[in-house]
Design a binder for this molecule. Structure first.
Ligand SMILES: [Zn+2]
Length: 188
Protein backbone atom coordinates (compact mmCIF):
# COMPACT_ATOMS: atom_id res chain seq x y z
CA UNK A 1 0.00 0.00 0.00
CA UNK A 2 2.85 2.41 0.72
CA UNK A 3 5.70 3.32 -1.55
CA UNK A 4 8.93 3.86 0.39
CA UNK A 5 10.60 5.57 -2.58
CA UNK A 6 8.08 8.33 -2.77
CA UNK A 7 9.44 10.30 0.17
CA UNK A 8 6.36 12.37 0.98
CA UNK A 9 4.34 10.94 3.86
CA UNK A 10 0.63 10.13 3.36
CA UNK A 11 0.72 10.90 -0.38
CA UNK A 12 -0.32 7.35 -1.26
CA UNK A 13 -3.94 8.52 -1.37
CA UNK A 14 -3.22 8.94 -5.10
CA UNK A 15 -3.15 5.18 -5.43
CA UNK A 16 -6.92 5.33 -4.93
CA UNK A 17 -7.55 8.38 -7.13
CA UNK A 18 -7.23 9.08 -10.83
CA UNK A 19 -4.88 12.00 -11.27
CA UNK A 20 -6.12 14.37 -13.98
CA UNK A 21 -4.79 17.58 -15.45
CA UNK A 22 -2.49 19.84 -13.51
CA UNK A 23 -4.47 22.90 -12.35
CA UNK A 24 -1.77 24.82 -10.55
CA UNK A 25 1.66 24.13 -9.17
CA UNK A 26 1.41 20.83 -7.29
CA UNK A 27 -2.37 20.52 -7.69
CA UNK A 28 -4.14 18.12 -10.02
CA UNK A 29 -7.77 17.24 -10.64
CA UNK A 30 -8.72 14.06 -8.83
CA UNK A 31 -11.39 11.42 -9.34
CA UNK A 32 -12.17 8.78 -6.73
CA UNK A 33 -11.72 5.34 -8.28
CA UNK A 34 -14.54 3.94 -6.12
CA UNK A 35 -17.35 6.50 -6.48
CA UNK A 36 -16.20 8.82 -9.33
CA UNK A 37 -16.44 11.88 -7.06
CA UNK A 38 -14.21 14.61 -8.55
CA UNK A 39 -12.19 17.55 -7.21
CA UNK A 40 -10.75 20.39 -9.28
CA UNK A 41 -7.80 20.76 -6.89
CA UNK A 42 -7.14 17.33 -5.38
CA UNK A 43 -5.56 18.20 -2.07
CA UNK A 44 -4.31 15.01 -0.36
CA UNK A 45 -5.83 15.99 3.02
CA UNK A 46 -9.29 16.41 1.43
CA UNK A 47 -8.94 13.17 -0.55
CA UNK A 48 -7.92 11.24 2.57
CA UNK A 49 -10.93 12.61 4.46
CA UNK A 50 -13.18 11.56 1.59
CA UNK A 51 -11.93 7.96 1.76
CA UNK A 52 -11.99 7.94 5.57
CA UNK A 53 -15.45 9.40 6.12
CA UNK A 54 -17.52 9.94 3.03
CA UNK A 55 -16.86 7.52 0.17
CA UNK A 56 -19.86 5.21 -0.07
CA UNK A 57 -18.17 2.61 -2.28
CA UNK A 58 -14.66 2.14 -0.90
CA UNK A 59 -13.93 -1.05 1.08
CA UNK A 60 -13.93 -0.84 4.85
CA UNK A 61 -10.21 -1.61 5.17
CA UNK A 62 -9.36 1.33 2.89
CA UNK A 63 -11.68 3.65 4.87
CA UNK A 64 -10.14 2.47 8.12
CA UNK A 65 -6.59 2.90 6.79
CA UNK A 66 -7.25 6.55 5.93
CA UNK A 67 -9.27 7.20 9.10
CA UNK A 68 -6.18 6.13 11.06
CA UNK A 69 -3.99 8.53 9.05
CA UNK A 70 -6.42 11.44 9.48
CA UNK A 71 -6.76 10.69 13.21
CA UNK A 72 -2.97 10.39 13.62
CA UNK A 73 -2.40 13.70 11.84
CA UNK A 74 -4.92 15.39 14.13
CA UNK A 75 -3.17 13.95 17.21
CA UNK A 76 0.22 15.23 15.96
CA UNK A 77 -1.22 18.73 15.45
CA UNK A 78 -2.65 18.68 18.98
CA UNK A 79 0.66 17.49 20.44
CA UNK A 80 2.47 20.33 18.63
CA UNK A 81 0.02 22.80 20.15
CA UNK A 82 0.51 21.42 23.63
CA UNK A 83 4.29 21.80 23.21
CA UNK A 84 4.04 25.44 22.13
CA UNK A 85 1.17 26.63 24.24
CA UNK A 86 1.34 30.38 24.61
CA UNK A 87 -1.22 32.61 26.30
CA UNK A 88 -2.59 33.86 23.01
CA UNK A 89 -3.28 30.37 21.62
CA UNK A 90 -6.40 28.35 22.28
CA UNK A 91 -5.75 24.67 21.48
CA UNK A 92 -7.58 23.56 18.33
CA UNK A 93 -8.90 20.53 20.20
CA UNK A 94 -10.88 22.81 22.51
CA UNK A 95 -12.15 24.86 19.59
CA UNK A 96 -13.34 21.74 17.77
CA UNK A 97 -14.93 19.88 20.63
CA UNK A 98 -16.59 22.82 22.40
CA UNK A 99 -18.83 23.68 19.46
CA UNK A 100 -19.63 20.05 18.70
CA UNK A 101 -20.22 18.87 22.27
CA UNK A 102 -22.31 21.92 23.22
CA UNK A 103 -24.47 21.68 20.08
CA UNK A 104 -23.65 25.29 19.25
CA UNK A 105 -24.41 26.22 15.61
CA UNK A 106 -21.12 26.75 13.76
CA UNK A 107 -22.37 30.12 12.48
CA UNK A 108 -22.13 31.43 16.08
CA UNK A 109 -18.37 31.71 15.70
CA UNK A 110 -18.87 34.61 13.27
CA UNK A 111 -21.60 36.33 15.32
CA UNK A 112 -20.24 39.78 16.22
CA UNK A 113 -21.42 39.51 19.85
CA UNK A 114 -19.57 36.23 20.22
CA UNK A 115 -16.45 37.58 18.48
CA UNK A 116 -16.56 40.63 20.78
CA UNK A 117 -16.84 38.43 23.89
CA UNK A 118 -13.86 36.30 22.79
CA UNK A 119 -11.78 39.37 21.98
CA UNK A 120 -12.58 40.81 25.41
CA UNK A 121 -11.55 37.57 27.13
CA UNK A 122 -8.47 36.97 24.99
CA UNK A 123 -7.49 39.89 22.71
CA UNK A 124 -4.75 37.92 20.95
CA UNK A 125 -7.01 35.04 19.93
CA UNK A 126 -8.16 34.84 16.30
CA UNK A 127 -11.28 32.72 15.93
CA UNK A 128 -11.40 30.17 13.10
CA UNK A 129 -14.00 30.76 10.38
CA UNK A 130 -17.26 28.80 10.39
CA UNK A 131 -16.00 27.07 7.21
CA UNK A 132 -12.90 25.85 9.06
CA UNK A 133 -15.03 24.74 11.98
CA UNK A 134 -17.64 22.90 9.90
CA UNK A 135 -15.11 21.62 7.33
CA UNK A 136 -11.58 20.76 8.44
CA UNK A 137 -12.29 20.53 12.18
CA UNK A 138 -15.55 18.57 11.94
CA UNK A 139 -14.05 16.05 9.49
CA UNK A 140 -11.01 15.53 11.71
CA UNK A 141 -13.24 14.88 14.74
CA UNK A 142 -15.42 12.52 12.67
CA UNK A 143 -12.35 10.46 11.64
CA UNK A 144 -11.17 10.38 15.24
CA UNK A 145 -14.53 9.13 16.51
CA UNK A 146 -14.92 6.60 13.68
CA UNK A 147 -11.53 5.08 14.35
CA UNK A 148 -12.20 4.80 18.08
CA UNK A 149 -15.54 3.14 17.45
CA UNK A 150 -14.09 0.60 15.00
CA UNK A 151 -11.15 -0.15 17.31
CA UNK A 152 -13.37 -0.72 20.32
CA UNK A 153 -16.03 -2.70 18.45
CA UNK A 154 -13.35 -5.13 17.30
CA UNK A 155 -12.98 -6.17 20.93
CA UNK A 156 -16.70 -6.38 21.76
CA UNK A 157 -18.75 -9.52 21.51
CA UNK A 158 -22.23 -8.65 22.83
CA UNK A 159 -23.79 -5.85 20.81
CA UNK A 160 -27.37 -4.66 20.47
CA UNK A 161 -28.69 -2.59 17.57
CA UNK A 162 -31.51 -0.21 18.47
CA UNK A 163 -33.38 2.14 16.19
CA UNK A 164 -35.74 5.04 16.48
CA UNK A 165 -37.84 6.54 13.71
CA UNK A 166 -39.79 9.75 13.30
CA UNK A 167 -41.00 12.21 10.64
CA UNK A 168 -39.77 15.71 9.94
CA UNK A 169 -42.05 18.68 9.18
CA UNK A 170 -42.23 17.58 5.50
CA UNK A 171 -43.31 14.06 6.54
CA UNK A 172 -39.99 12.56 5.45
CA UNK A 173 -39.07 9.45 7.42
CA UNK A 174 -35.97 9.76 9.58
CA UNK A 175 -34.26 6.76 11.11
CA UNK A 176 -31.49 6.68 13.69
CA UNK A 177 -29.56 3.52 14.44
CA UNK A 178 -27.45 3.00 17.53
CA UNK A 179 -25.15 0.21 18.55
CA UNK A 180 -25.14 -0.51 22.27
CA UNK A 181 -22.11 -2.06 23.91
CA UNK A 182 -21.87 -3.54 27.39
CA UNK A 183 -20.20 -0.42 28.80
CA UNK A 184 -22.87 1.98 27.38
CA UNK A 185 -20.09 4.48 26.79
CA UNK A 186 -21.03 7.35 24.47
CA UNK A 187 -18.95 8.39 21.47
CA UNK A 188 -19.97 11.97 20.82
ZN1 LIG B 1 -15.16 7.89 -3.27
Amino acid sequence: MSNPDRGRPFSDVWEYMIKGQQQSRGHYTATCTYCNCTWKYGKPCVLRQHLANHCKNCPQDVALYFARIVGKKMKEDEDDENDSNSDSEVPKKKQKYTFIMCNIPFSTIENLWFVDLMKTLQPGYDLPSKQTLSGTYLKAVLSHVNIRIVNELNNESNLTIVLDGWSDSHRNSLWAFMLLTGSRKEYL
